[in-house]
Design a protein around this ligand. Structure first.
Ligand SMILES: Nc1ncnc2c1ncn2[C@@H]1O[C@H](COP(=O)(O)OP(=O)(O)O)[C@@H](O)[C@H]1O
Ligand SMILES: [Mg+2]
Ligand SMILES: [Zn+2]
Length: 328
């Protein structure tokens, strides 16, 4: 478990850049002020000596130390006020010379001591969203806005409701030893397969797992680019298909099929299943006989033997939504 190394690296770099940018901005303000109002910088210099002054005060013995430190603090406060006043008079904001970090809990370090700051946790989740291949869609296709009333037939609705509940349970069970590892979502277009898998992806990412979503077409293309065009980036991508905690392979059956692509898919499924890694596959191939026609036996037997199938039913929700939109 845990996000991929690329996600962590990207967030660390972002934090480092945030810190340097904040310091640089404060430095440029300082340069600007030093030309217009050098007196302010004198005060600032005196302020930066405070630490040293306290240190010196402590060297002079414990007798009356508290009072000496109090006096330094008082002077410090006065200097600060004077500085802010001067800045204001010169037409600058009072805090113009301060380094402004975006998080005042960790000063953009990302950690408070050994604990990761909430700002870095958030940044990691966001980066993992982007990195999953789903990006913005995650906001629009959620469990919450999965509307069962689109399935007008009562039996259909009951069936879809049980799929929705199962999907939620898949998220809450993810990472536990006893769980359904692999799901197969079957059904014609527009019934909500991608919507539900997106909602699952978000839930699993929120639990700090590395999730990769991609269409069968893209997955197969990445393998081809890696193999025939020696494309390094494609190689990184295909490695992620193997390494991630949850792989969502969307629209199986729409990809270009030949013996090479079939062996890639088989290898991917087989390797992940043997490693006990989870997968969700969606497809509109709705019968085993069709599956057998389209794929070689090894893939079919993996799909039938290791995936729990769920049949999506009803009428095309995309069309229904479009009609509703047109009515407005
Ligand atoms: N039950 C639902 N409630 C709300 N929106 C839905 C529902 N099912 C599907 N949609 C929306 O309809 C469109 C098509 O659904 P999608 O999940 O892409 O279907 P599929 O992957 O089965 O072809 C998407 O915009 C999706 O958000
Ligand atoms: Mg889809
Ligand atoms: Zn922070």
């Amino acid at each position: 478990m845990g996000y991929s190394a690329e996600v962590v690296k990207k967030v660390r770099e972002d934090f480092e850049n945030k810190r340097t940018d904040a310091v640089r901005l404060a430095e440029s303000h300082r340069d600007e002020v030093s030309l217009k109002c050098p007196a302010i910088l004198e005060i600032d210099k005196a302020l930066s000596m405070t630490g040293l002054a306290i240190y010196k005060a402590s060297l002079a013995g414990t007798n009356g130390l508290e009072e000496r430190i109090e006096a330094i603090k008082k002077e410090n406060l006065e200097l600060n006020l004077a500085k802010r006043q001067l800045l204001k008079t010169a037409g600058y904001p009072e805090d113009y010379l301060d380094v402004k970090y975006s998080c005042d809990k960790c000063n953009d370090v990302g950690y408070n001591g050994v604990n990761m700051c909430s700002c870095m946790k958030k940044a990691l989740v966001n980066e993992a969203y982007n990195h999953s291949g789903l990006g913005k869609v995650l906001k629009h296709q959620t469990f919450k806005n999965f509307d069962l009333s689109y399935y007008e037939d009562e039996n259909d609705r009951t069936q879809m409701q049980s799929i929705l509940e199962k999907a939620k349970k898949y998220v809450s069970d993810f990472g536990k030893p006893e769980k359904d590892s692999n799901l197969l979502f079957i059904g014609t277009t527009g019934l909500g397969k991608t919507h539900i898998t997106t909602a699952i992806a978000k839930g699993v990412i929120d639990k700090s797992f590395d999730v990769v979503y991609d269409s069968a077409q893209n997955i197969v293309r990445a393998f081809e680019m890696e193999r025939f065009e020696k494309d390094e980036r494609a190689g990184v991508e295909t490695q992620r298909y193997f390494d991630c905690d949850l792989l969502i392979l969307d629209d199986l059956g729409t990809e270009f099929r030949n013996s090479f692509t079939q062996s890639c898919i088989y290898n991917l499924l087989n390797t992940r299943i043997n490693a006990g890694k989870s997968m969700i596959i969606s497809t509109n191939i709705d019968s085993t006989s069709k599956l057998l026609e389209m794929y070689d036996d090894r893939i079919t037997s993996r799909l039938v033997g290791s995936f729990r199938p769920f049949k999506f039913v009803g009428k095309d929700v995309r069309l229904a939504k479009m009609k509703n939109g047109a009515k407005k």
